[in-house]
Design a protein around this ligand. Structure first.
Ligand code: PRP
Ligand code: URA
Length: 209
């Protein structure tokens, strides 16, 4: 069964409040999403495997730990997921980045896929799919379907805000995918928006609308 982690670190919660606030303009919104993505990357990489190597400090020879070379793939769901990539790459610079383009049909709320470009060695990488919003869950489920169809085996999903409906749907569709969120909100409204949420993540990031 998938595990759900809610990151309640005070810095993440503080910044998320300003991300939610409708008075926050595009520039600050973008910077805050970038910062929260960095903080979440710190938390989500907690279980990365380490190995010991031998080094010389200025004082003596010693054994010390380094990451054991796991290959990571970051996959933002376009558009809004793009806003989280640079923040994560500050901590995981060797990660390769794939892109999955999806938009929600405004009538049906079903995701429509329009673009997929992934690293060539999909089967060897551990993937983190990122999107600020998990609403109905349709986009995350479709992006993960798409990754699995191309050979990905180890996948995590990370978002800023999730609705309970989206978490339930994603857990049911992909039981092997752990979910990492900064806040679990109350519900979806009749238009499929998360309440209280932050509005339309793509529009707020890119200044459209
Ligand atoms: C938003 C958001 C997610 C999706 C979540 O994207 O960034 O991808 O909605 O909703 P869901 O869980 O109900 O699928 P949107 O479809 O607005 O596309 P955009 O990023 O291009 O604006
Ligand atoms: N997509 C968004 O950008 N915001 C929501 O609240 C739901 C889906």
């Amino acid at each position: 069964m998938a595990k759900v982690y809610v990151f309640d670190h005070p810095l993440i919660q503080h910044k998320l409040t300003y991300i939610r606030d409708k008075k926050t303009g595009t520039k600050d919104f973008r910077e805050l999403v970038d910062e929260v993505a960095t903080l979440m990357a710190f938390e989500i990489t907690r279980d990365m495997p380490l190995e010991e190597i031998e080094i010389d400090t200025p004082v003596t020879k010693t054994k010390a730990k380094v990451l054991s070379g796991k290959k990571i793939g970051l996959v933002p769901i376009l558009r809004a997921g793009i806003g989280m990539v640079d923040g994560m790459r500050k901590l995981i610079p060797a990660a390769k980045v794939g892109h999955i383009g999806l938009y929600r049909d405004p009538e049906t709320l079903k995701p429509v896929e329009y673009y997929v470009k992934l690293p060539s060695d999909v089967e060897e990488r551990d993937f983190i799919v990122v999107d600020p919003m998990l609403a109905t869950g349709g986009s995350a489920i479709a992006a993960i379907d798409s990754l699995k169809k191309r050979g990905a085996k180890n996948i995590k999903f990370m978002c800023l805000i999730a609705a309970p409906e989206g978490v339930k749907a994603l857990e049911a569709a992909h039981q092997d995918v752990d979910i990492y969120i900064a806040a679990l909100d109350e519900k979806l409204n009749d238009h499929g928006y998360i309440v209280p949420g932050l509005g339309d993540a793509g529009d707020r990031l890119f200044g459209t609308k």
